[in-house]
Design a protein around this ligand. Sequence first.
Ligand SMILES: NC(=O)c1ccc[n+]([C@@H]2O[C@H](COP(=O)([O-])OP(=O)(O)OC[C@H]3O[C@@H](n4cnc5c(N)ncnc54)[C@H](OP(=O)(O)O)[C@@H]3O)[C@@H](O)[C@H]2O)c1
Length: 244
Amino acid sequence: MNKNKQTALITGASRGIGKVIAKKLIQKGIKVIGTSTTNTGVKIINDYLKDNGFGLILDLKNTDSIIKTIKEIYKKKYSIDILINNAGIKKDNLLVKMTHKEWEDVIKINLSSVFYLVKSVIRSMIKKKQGRIITIGSIIANIGNKGQVNYSASKSGLIGFHKSLALEVASKGITVNIISPGLIKTDFIKTLNSTQYQNYVSKIPIKRIGYKDEIAHAVIFLISKKASYITGHTLHINGGMHMI
Ligand SMILES: NC(=O)c1ccc[n+]([C@@H]2O[C@H](COP(=O)([O-])OP(=O)(O)OC[C@H]3O[C@@H](n4cnc5c(N)ncnc54)[C@H](OP(=O)(O)O)[C@@H]3O)[C@@H](O)[C@H]2O)c1
């Protein structure tokens, strides 16, 4: 992999939205370091990246491994010019039944990991006086959802985090934004039964769920020079399901 090209780190690049973002980035000539929690996921990433980057194991539940992994990337003289915090999980339950583990896992993976990832890359971006940080949020941050107090708290926590971070690094050439999807066709929503699915679709003015490409296109825009004046923003992509 050419170490002089712009490089993006994408968490959760084995499938879903992260995989499509990674594919679009390499089409733009950007090198990709993609993560997965499994060897199978890393193999999938390496197979589609070919010589445009590589995959590595990273479990965002493990704070020490986040710090160690980023250190190793820098030690090997790769830069991280673009950070895409994409990986996320849900562990749904009504609050009365929600376990500590369901709460903590979701907060750790969806919110706390972003703190450690950003903290690990930001000094290098400041030194270079350039950087792009994009995090995949969720419509649920704004509208809430029964059974998702953990997921909703994690995703709305990201909004405050990104606004504050955007203020801290705006003068350093670094932009910080959230892309907030509505319902997107990935494994993430395959637990919905057909009644729940129809119920969601009935609330989407465009009358269909979104596609992974529709999120990836927005990532490509936000990392481009055309978006250099956009920071601290949450870009909603939800077919009109929620308008702010
Ligand atoms: N799909 C939707 O409708 C929708 C709507 C709003 C927001 N989002 C957000 O979009 C993002 C991507 O979701 P998706 O729909 O593409 O989901 P997905 O298809 O389920 O993919 C999730 C990705 O996250 C990775 N991941 C899971 N647990 C992880 C952990 N502990 N550490 C590191 N990586 C982990 C997975 O990697 P491995 O399995 O390979 O380890 C996988 O690559 C998430 O942040 C999600 O909250 C999705």
